[in-house]
Design a protein around this ligand. Structure first.
Ligand SMILES: [Fe+2]
Length: 257
């Protein structure tokens, strides 16, 4: 039936369809539902727990050691500037800490590859938000936070990944996270390159608004409050970097004994 073949071709470009078919259950449930059935946390406690998770996610590699710290604090501030309540800003902070949770399922070889990823490796890397989504899915209390965290590589045009959510279906929280992630990724220093300055970063972000990837209102807020946001990002990333160095020190002391 040609209609069914056409329909198959249509959905075949959406990564999560294939990820759903090939992903074994353990990889999709990093956090087991049962673990949380007896535990109800207040939002401040969730923030503390998410911060610990963010360090577990980031400290796997020097390449990512400070990333979630910058994303979380940037997203929290953007949410505040957008008019979110203080409770919602805390939710955004949690979403930022957990947005790359799925990277725990990505191999070290790919996370730390010094050269360009090949096509297969890009596909594996792109699965990380699929894993974030399915890891948080069993936790009812994190339902909204999950969508803010897991859709950070989706684009308003529908050409993001892996769910290809478009336009109005992308909530303001998800759009804020996407901006915070791009902003942090391009401005943070990495072991192999220096972060962009204001002019270059503003250009990249504006181009992404033009191509209908990012929300222009949120990028506008970021550009209007750039130095405040950049200082917040730098302070949180410096704090994470300091903790990472201490963590390495403790690791090396333990391996000596
Ligand atoms: Fe990501």
């Amino acid at each position: 039936m040609p209609d069914l073949v056409d329909a198959l071709f249509d959905i075949s470009t959406i990564e999560y369809i294939w990820l759903d078919l090939v992903s074994p259950d353990p990889a999709r449930n990093i956090l087991k539902k049962e673990l949380f059935n007896t535990l109800t946390l207040e939002m401040d406690e969730i923030v503390d727990l998410a911060l610990i998770f963010s360090r577990i996610i980031d400290f796997r590699s020097r390449f990512t050691a400070r990333h979630s710290a910058g994303v979380a604090k940037t997203a929290e501030k953007l949410a505040q500037l957008f008019g979110f309540s203080s409770y919602e800003c805390k939710m955004m902070l949690v979403a930022g800490y957990l947005h790359d949770l799925g990277k725990l399922a990505i191999s070290d070889d790919i996370l730390e590859k010094p050269s360009k990823l090949d096509e297969e490796e890009v596909n594996e890397m792109r699965a990380h938000t699929f894993y974030t989504y399915h890891s948080l899915e069993p936790i009812e209390q994190l339902k909204t936070i999950n969508t803010w965290a897991s859709f950070h590589h989706e684009k308003l045009s529908g050409n993001g990944y892996p769910f290809h959510i478009a336009g109005d279906s992308l909530s303001i929280g998800s759009r804020i996270m996407a901006v915070a992630d791009v902003f942090t990724a391009i401005t943070e220093d990495r072991p192999y390159r220096k972060g962009m300055d204001f002019k270059s970063a503003a250009k990249v972000l504006s181009n992404m608004v033009e191509s209908n990837a990012l929300d222009g209102r949120i990028v506008g807020l970021l550009i209007d409050n750039y130095s405040e946001l950049d200082n917040i990002r730098i302070a949180s990333q410096n704090e994470a970097a300091e903790q990472y160095e201490n963590f390495l020190l403790v690791c090396s002391e333990q391996s000596d004994t």
